[in-house]
Design a protein around this ligand. Structure first.
Ligand code: GRF
Length: 210
């Protein structure tokens, strides 16, 4: 674990509300980390504007600028290393990662997914939850591995699914929880409290109520 402040690299594709929550937690001193670089795969991502508002370096690396997926990911790794990123945070990044990017950051890549994994992996998790008829859903922060939404689980938070819930309503309620648990999980990482034992993530010095 670095002696310096934990350096974050954040990959985004869209809204960037989780990016905003992370930047706000840092500004409030609740999260002791520094966002070194925000990288989007889409030039029109609102997340890029949010990064600029906070004065954080941000760039766009569109996959279409590269001959193939591998070269795109190799360039991402190069950038992340150049900006001295310790932990890679996926915040609404809508691309699957392969070993080219995962291997150099093994157990140092986090993602947040809008369901209680292992339920409702993949796209449209909120719609899947409503259509399945579950009474609770939520969000999951997990380490990223090659299989989608499969890595060891770091933190989860639940929200009720209402009988007349809409995808928009549930999405909004889940996002509020996402904005709480993502900065928290990153803070645990920065305090070196996270240990991965096979599928299990042990968070040391956890208060009883969590
Ligand atoms: C969130 O629902 C997150 O769980 C999923 O993508 C969405 C990103 O939202 N991975 P935002 O871009 O952070 O607002």
């Amino acid at each position: 674990m670095p002696k310096h402040k934990l350096g974050l690299g954040i990959l985004v594709s869209g809204e960037g509300s989780n990016l905003q929550a992370i930047l706000e937690a840092i500004a409030k001193g609740e999260l002791k980390a520094a966002v070194k670089i925000v990288i989007s795969d889409r030039p029109d991502a609102l997340a890029l504007e949010r990064a600029k508002d906070f004065g954080v370096p941000c760039i766009c690396l569109p996959p279409s600028n590269y001959p193939d997926r591998k070269t795109h990911e190799q360039n991402l790794v190069k950038k992340l290393e150049e900006f001295q990123v310790d932990l890679l945070v996926l915040a609404g990044y809508r691309r699957l990662l392969t070993s080219t990017l995962i291997e150099p950051f093994r157990n140092r890549i986090m993602n947040i997914h809008p369901s209680l994994l292992p339920s409702f992996k993949g796209l449209n998790a909120q719609r899947q939850a409503i259509e399945y008829g579950v009474k609770n859903s939520g969000c999951t922060v997990h380490f990223v591995e090659e299989d989608v939404d499969e890595g060891p689980i770091i933190a989860q938070a639940a929200v009720p699914v209402l009988s007349d819930d809409s995808v928009e309503g549930l999405t909004k309620r889940i996002l509020q929880k996402e904005h709480q648990i993502y900065p928290l999980a990153i803070q645990w990482f920065s305090e070196d409290r996270i240990r991965v034992e096979g599928r299990k993530v042990i968070v040391e010095r956890m208060p009883q109520e969590m």
